[in-house]
Ligand binder design. Structure first.
Ligand code: MN
Length: 247
């Protein structure tokens, strides 16, 4: 969400909700339709009574939680250490509500970057508000000048479902565009990938029934760059779970 859009966009005093193009195209390139799900409460909260989250989610086959602003520390019981790390509490609450409604309805949820952190927080986990501030020895996980061209290696957890998606691979190269990371792992989650060298969590999966998976990198930015981990198997697994959930 853009709670205060830049003036030049022409929406003074309005909130914009966005769908980033690469993630939409990544989904669409696998034969699925991508829709943005606007939040329900907001300026016209009074109309909320006319919209049921259950019915809204019933019309969808799966949820992809895209990247974006920081998770708000109050969403995991902390105060922001710096004002610029306040994140987007409105979006957190909306996405956590959607996440659980999709899971209740047996529909898959895939979290990317912020989306993976949101899954962890929804399962009562916590985050490092800033990786380097709280882990002085950690590797760099973001380079603002390189953005999605900044990469590092991850190790796939042996025996995990993620590793099974990449037969013959124990590791892979991924983009890294985050300064927050998982601190305490949420309930019933399992780590499926870590950054090599510093052990920062890079992928998690829920151990309950249904599909709830998150990765810290952006598979949608990898395209078909040969030395980067192919995002295709992740989207294929998500869409297979969506197909399986259709009754
Ligand atoms: Mn990283």
């Amino acid at each position: 969400m853009l709670h205060a859009p830049p003036k030049e966009l022409g929406f003074p005093g309005k909130t914009l909700q966005y769908l980033e193009q690469s993630v939409a195209h990544w989904i669409m390139s696998h034969g699925a339709l991508a829709y943005m799900m606007p939040s329900i409460s907001g300026d016209l909260a009074v109309r909320r009574a006319a919209i049921s989250v259950r019915e809204y989610v019933a019309a969808m086959d799966g949820l992809v939680l895209q990247g974006g602003a920081d998770i708000s520390p109050p969403s995991y019981g902390e105060e922001p250490m710096r004002p610029e790390w306040s994140g987007d509490r409105v979006r957190d609450l909306y996405e956590i509500e959607l996440l659980w409604e999709f899971m209740i309805q047996g529909k898959p949820v895939l979290g990317i970057c912020r989306g993976m952190q949101l899954i962890n927080v929804a399962c009562s986990g916590t985050l490092f508000q800033d990786i380097l501030e709280m882990n002085p020895g950690a590797n760099a996980h973001r380079d603002d000048s390189l953005f999605d061209r900044f990469h590092h290696e991850i190790e796939l957890e042996p025996g995990s479902r993620l590793a099974a998606l990449y037969p013959g691979h124990h590791s892979g190269r991924v983009n890294s565009i985050h300064h927050q990371a998982i601190r305490k792992l949420g309930n019933d989650l399992k780590v499926e990938a870590r950054s090599i060298g510093d052990g920062i969590v890079e992928a998690i999966r829920w151990q309950g029934s249904g599909y709830l998976f998150g990765c810290q990198w952006h598979p949608e930015f990898h395209g078909d760059t040969p030395d980067l981990l192919d995002g295709g198997p992740i989207m294929a697994e998500f869409l297979e779970a969506a197909r399986a959930s259709i009754k």
